[in-house]
Design a protein around this ligand. Structure first.
Ligand SMILES: Cc1cc2nc3c(=O)[nH]c(=O)nc-3n(C[C@H](O)[C@H](O)[C@H](O)COP(=O)(O)OP(=O)(O)OC[C@H]3O[C@@H](n4cnc5c(N)ncnc54)[C@H](O)[C@@H]3O)c2cc1C
Length: 345
């Protein structure tokens, strides 16, 4: 996939959000030979599946009796790779305006992007990790203290401390324990919020689990040499020999600036009609971010996939005047489509 295409180039469609809905929308847009850009605030694609439950099995995606959330994301990425959309990761969509000629301008914290149509697949909003107010954690952020796992190899043969008791903390402890040389997980109370079967697996593993402990201070100068933790019942300190810290204290999600784009909203949802059109011409929404007028929201991957196909087909019709009927993928030649997409770039 191409890296950030930051110029005045007007794409057919910009998709905001690279969760499952946004990725499937990108696939569908590629299939309709639309030049497509995906803007995602996180450094990785996958939305809730990647951030909240990468190691959990999903059982209700059509065609998969069961699939690990992270594998579904990998498969979606593989599926869109053949259309080569421009991926703008690590950019937060902040402003959307229309120019006199009808071009939609989406401004992020990094650049401005131009398109004839926009499909908002922002899910429950942009994720921000919960952080502790602790100067030593801030000092080592991104050089020993991490909130996301982008590259598992950075944990290789390191003494790892994971902080948290939810699904992400437990899943990552299980996932990284064979990569790190030693793994310790501290959690501030007895009970875990994580799935009970994962907690049982954790307790039976060789991960050193310490309950009622919290971070006092990360130690070291250029790199981390240890972490001082304290028992929150006795306030007694313990120093652990640690090289790397993964903080998993949950995430806040917030639609943020999208709420100020002049879209009709119902509580946290963008209101759409049966064509997934918002009240702004050329702007569509799909997935967890939206609710059909007069209906209930049904926040499921399967629903997002269907809505993505509806939104993109209507966006295609909006910008070309062409038919909404997409044709059948079984009758298409993906190779030819890629060639035409790349030629247009
Ligand atoms: C623990 C858990 C288990 C679940 N299990 C299932 C299950 O078994 N089956 C099922 O069908 N569903 C399940 N779900 C629900 C499912 O994950 C959601 O329905 C699905 O993720 C919605 O996909 P989405 O792409 O619409 O939104 P999200 O997955 O929320 O993705 C939205 C993306 O948009 C990005 N974004 C938001 N705002 C901006 C912005 N301003 N700029 C740039 N990017 C932005 C976000 O960072 C995110 O990556 C589960 C959810 C949870 C939390």
């Amino acid at each position: 996939m191409s890296e950030n295409g930051h110029d005045r180039d007007v794409f057919d469609v910009i998709i905001v959000g690279a969760g499952p809905t946004g990725l499937y929308a990108a696939f569908y847009a590629g299939m309709r030979e639309m030049r497509t850009k995906v803007v995602e605030v996180l450094p990785e694609a996958g939305g809730q599946l990647a951030v909240l439950y990468p190691e959990k099995y999903i059982y209700d995606v059509a065609g998969y009796p069961e699939v690990l959330a992270k594998d579904l994301v990998d498969n979606l990425l593989q599926q869109i790779a053949k259309w080569d959309p421009t991926m703008c990761l690590g950019e937060r969509a902040e402003k959307l305006v229309r120019e006199d000629d009808g071009t939609l301008v989406l401004t992020t914290d990094v650049a401005s992007h131009y398109a004839k149509a926009v499909v908002i697949c922002g899910g429950i909003g942009a994720f921000r990790p919960n952080k502790l107010k602790n100067e030593s954690l801030t000092r080592f952020e991104e050089r020993g203290v991490y909130y996301f796992v982008q590259d598992k190899s950075i944990f290789k043969d390191k003494r790892l401390l994971i902080v948290g008791g939810g699904d992400s903390a437990v899943d990552w402890a299980l996932n990284l324990k064979d990569i790190a040389s030693e793994t310790t997980l501290i959690h501030r109370r007895e009970g875990f919020r994580a799935h009970p079967s994962s907690v049982t697996e954790l307790m039976e593993s060789d991960v050193n689990v310490m309950l009622h402990y919290e971070v006092r201070e990360v130690l070291g100068d250029d790199s981390i040499t240890g972490v001082k933790i304290f028992d929150n019942r006795s306030d007694e300190d313990t120093i652990l020999d640690i090289d790397i810290v993964l903080m998993n204290l949950g995430f806040k999600a917030d639609l943020g600036p999208i709420k100020d784009w002049g879209l009709a909203l119902n509580k946290r949802y963008i209101v759409v009609n049966g064509r997934m059109e918002t009240n702004i011409p050329g702007v569509y929404a799909a997935g967890d971010v939206c609710m059909q007028d007069g209906s209930e929201s049904l926040n499921l991957i399967a629903v997002g996939f269907g809505e993505a196909a509806i939104a993109v087909n209507h966006a295609y019709s909006f910008i070309t005047g062409g038919r909404v009927f997409p044709g059948h993928s079984s009758e298409m030649s993906p190779t030819a489509a890629v060639a035409s997409n790349q030629q247009a770039k």
